[in-house]
Design a protein around this ligand. Structure first.
Ligand code: DX5
Ligand code: ZN
Length: 217
């Protein structure tokens, strides 16, 4: 299992420090939530922040694009140093083209589904993608409650992956804690994004990530 702390819950005034803390604490990836104030009702980072983060960590940068017109931003985020670009199927009428564009830039491509979106919307692109991100909350904010019904989506994806001989990784994002990680881990998820749980007050990010790993066994 891979743990991807989301810097949405980090201290933005001390971003480099918090990134180094999670890297030393055993993070596998760094999850960066890009929000444009249109696709989701919140605003966060653009390519300049991704470019600033790139030299301060050796962790792969997992860039979650919660933006309208994602095709317009793919070249800039690729240039900024993203290792994986994740595009919402709801954000473009041309998801196939968007995923091809990501791969043409030499970056791993992921597709994301909102809680209200059926997996049928992404079935045709599964042979193309490196990652599928199942939202386990409505996107836009950290600290929301996990939606248990999403575990069935993870299980369905895992079934399709094995039946069809595909190799994409299954990622979950939203409300992941030591109480919720078990159900999605058992359903077949590989990558677990966690923001508020990792950066919680109290225990260190290293301890929080260790608790997630123990609970996800
Ligand atoms: C929500 C973001 C998540 C967020 C998760 O739109 O995509 O990555 O940071 O936060 P938690 O883990 O607090 O639910
Ligand atoms: Zn995210």
């Amino acid at each position: 299992m891979k743990i991807a702390p989301s810097i949405l819950s980090a201290d933005f005034a001390h971003l480099a420090r918090d990134i180094q803390t999670v890297q030393q604490g055993g993070a596998d990836l760094l999850h960066i939530d890009v929000m444009d104030g249109h696709f989701v009702p919140n605003l966060t980072f653009g390519p300049a922040v991704v470019a600033a983060i790139r030299p301060v960590t050796s962790l792969p940068l997992d860039v979650h694009m919660m933006v309208d017109d994602p095709e317009a931003w793919i070249p800039a985020f690729a240039k900024a140093g993203a290792d994986t670009l994740l595009v919402h199927v709801e954000a473009t009428p041309h998801i196939y083209r968007a995923l091809q564009l990501i791969q043409e830039h030499g970056v791993k491509a992921g597709v994301v589904v909102n809680p209200g979106t059926s997996l049928s919307a992404i079935e045709e692109v599964l042979p193309l993608v490196d990652q599928v991100l199942v939202m386990t909350v409505n996107p836009g904010f950290g600290g929301q409650a996990f939606l248990p019904a999403m575990a069935q989506k993870v299980a369905q994806l895992a079934r399709w992956r094995s039946e069809r001989g595909l190799a994409f990784k299954i990622e979950v994002d939203g409300g992941i804690t030591d109480q919720t990680i078990g159900t999605v881990a058992a359903a077949g998820a590989d990558i677990f994004v966690a923001g508020s749980y990792v950066f919680a007050k109290g225990d260190s990010p290293a301890k929080q990530m260790a608790k997630l790993r123990a609970a996800g066994q």
